[in-house]
Design a binder for this molecule. Structure first.
Ligand SMILES: [Zn+2]
Length: 115
C-alpha cells in the first residue's frame, strides 16, 4: 500500500472504528477490560475483512500474471470469475472473494486463488 493509501486507510479506520468505539463507550462507561477487548475486536472485524480482501486481490493479480501452469509449464486459460467464500480463523463470518479461475489447456490443472 502506498503512503497516500495508508493515510486514507487511517482516516477510514478512525471514521469506522473510532466512532463506533466511542459510541460503545458512552453506553458502557464502566466496562471491564475483557468487555473492552471484545468490543475492539468486534469493531475491527469489517476493517480486517477489507484488508484481507485487498491483499488477496493483489495476490490474485500476481498469480494471474504468471499465466504458466505450475505442473507442465504450458499456458493457462482464464475460465471466468467466480465467488468464493473463505473462513478465516478469528473471523465470525466467511469473507467473500471474487476470483479468476484459470485452467491449463494441456494437463487440465486448475488454479483458483487464494491457495
Ligand atoms: Zn498443465
Amino acid at each position: 500500500m502506498s503512503q497516500a493509501g495508508r493515510a486514507v486507510a487511517r482516516v477510514e479506520l478512525e471514521a469506522v472504528v473510532g466512532e463506533a468505539l466511542r459510541a460503545w463507550q458512552q453506553e458502557h462507561p464502566r466496562a471491564t477490560l475483557d468487555e473492552i477487548v471484545a468490543a475492539v475486536d468486534t469493531a475491527l472485524l469489517p476493517v480486517r475483512s477489507a484488508y484481507i480482501g485487498e491483499l488477496a486481490a493483489a495476490e490474485e493479480a500476481a498469480v494471474t500474471a504468471e499465466q504458466r501452469c505450475p505442473e507442465c509449464g504450458k499456458g493457462m486459460q482464464q475460465r471466468g470469475r467466480h465467488r468464493r467464500e473463505v473462513l478465516i480463523p478469528g473471523q465470525a463470518s466467511a469473507i467473500k472473494l471474487e476470483r479468476t479461475q484459470s485452467v491449463c489447456s494441456s494437463c487440465g490443472r486448475s488454479l483458483f486463488p487464494p491457495r
